[in-house]
Design a binder for this molecule. Structure first.
Ligand SMILES: *[C@@H]1O[C@H](CO)[C@@H](O)[C@H](O)[C@H]1NC(C)=O
Length: 377
């Protein structure tokens, strides 16, 4: 919906160039005048992207190395055999798994669960995050190349910004630099200690949720740390205190009654939630609520379940002080339990939640349209 307030904002942004003072005053005024109804939340998900009709998507993906249609089927990177699935880097054989059903011996490949300690011992991380060309700097995938170069490589990478067809495989998703495998995660080079619950702590023992990293010679960015919480019970406690942000992973066993997670979002951004099955090809049902309102359900078989929502400025404004509430519910798919579902059906998963941060909204993303994006009415 294009309404007069959009034009107002556009005009105000032009004014910003003239005078920042005018801008602050004018934008504050506009905030008060804005209508209280929420703008519609946009989302995309495994259910919507899997087997999507690309001819209805804009910009239309045409130029992919092997033909774009091959990249949306269940045999593609989005499917259960791809990097998001149980056999990928986020699964039980990868460097961030907690315990494994496959009895991989300790010290095998990833140095048990102590890869971080290993990096420390090797002095492999010395001042990495204050190096002018670190993985989160302007020289990396979070730099302006995200906006200027990535969309031009081919039509596959063109769809890796927020709400693109392959966004979940791109830099804002669970495999990207803001996720578990990146510098802010449990095997990252921040060199922070971890407490018994999986929280990062300073040398003085204070819990840290963010860390600042050099972006360029004039800017340091405060990024959310990506915690590997040790138990769902602890995550529940953080939820109840309103301290659960959108940057963490946790493993648990769930049945058909489901688990709920309540997160708080304090800045406009894309949030991507992925549920990695511990056992190959198992499926989970996912539902998301923003400020108490159901916004999406994902139930498709043969694709690793995930969704991405855009938390807008309006969602934040509606929520009032304290931030927007994003609730995620995960249930087992009873079909996957077969006969066993009569006796209750419990399956293991690891949930990865990755917030894009408002820093990655500093320039506009491509505006994608198509059947892979939905919005509440
Ligand atoms: C650092 O990055 C910010 C944000 O893109 C930009 O405004 C600033 O000009 C950059 N500084 C230098 C020295 O390049």
């Amino acid at each position: 919906m294009i309404n007069s307030s959009c034009w107002l904002v556009a005009v105000l942004l032009m004014l910003c160039l003239v005078s920042t003072a005018t801008c602050a005053i004018a934008l504050a005024g506009n905030k008060r005048a804005a209508p209280s109804t929420a703008m519609c939340t946009r989302y995309t998900s495994a259910s919507l992207v899997g087997d999507v009709d690309l001819s209805k998507v804009t910009p239309k993906p045409v130029n992919c190395p092997l033909g774009c249609n091959l990249y949306t089927v269940s045999g593609s990177a989005l499917g259960y055999n791809g990097p998001l699935g149980a056999l990928g880097p986020l699964g039980p054989l990868g460097p961030v798994s907690t315990g494994t059903p496959y009895n991989v011996p300790d010290n095998f490949v990833w140095y048990g669960n102590n890869f971080n300690t290993y990096l420390k011992e090797m002095n492999a991380c010395d001042k990495l995050l204050s190096h002018p060309q670190n993985p989160l700097s302007s020289a990396g995938p979070m730099g302006d190349a995200f906006f200027d170069v990535m969309p031009k490589i081919n039509d596959f990478t063109k769809h890796m910004m927020g709400m693109g067809v392959w966004t979940v495989l791109g830099p804002l998703g669970p495999l990207g630099p803001l996720g578990a495998l990146g510098p802010l995660g449990p095997v990252g080079c921040h060199m922070l200690d971890v407490d018994k619950d999986g929280q990062f702590v300073s040398k003085k023992g204070e819990v840290l949720r963010t860390t600042s990293v050099v972006y360029n010679s004039s800017l340091t960015v405060n990024w959310p740390l990506f915690e590997r919480y040790k138990s769902r019970e602890f995550v529940d406690k953080l939820s109840k205190k309103g301290l659960l942000d959108t940057s963490f992973m946790v493993s648990a066993s769930v049945d058909i009654t489901g688990h709920a997670y309540d997160m708080v979002v304090t800045e406009p951004q894309y949030v991507t939630v992925t549920v990695i099955p511990t056992l190959w090809a198992k499926n989970f049902f996912l539902e998301a609520f923003i400020n108490g309102k159901s916004v999406m359900k994902s139930e498709k078989l043969l694709f690793t379940p995930w969704f991405q929502v855009h938390i807008s400025g309006a969602d934040l404004q509606n929520a009032g002080p304290g931030g927007a509430k994003l609730k995620v519910v995960i249930k087992t798919d009873p079909l996957d339990c077969g006969m066993m579902s009569v006796f209750g059906c419990t399956m293991d998963y690891t949930m990865h939640v990755v917030g894009s941060t408002s820093f990655m909204m500093r320039k506009p993303h491509l505006s994608y349209t198509g059947p892979h994006i939905k919005q509440c009415e």
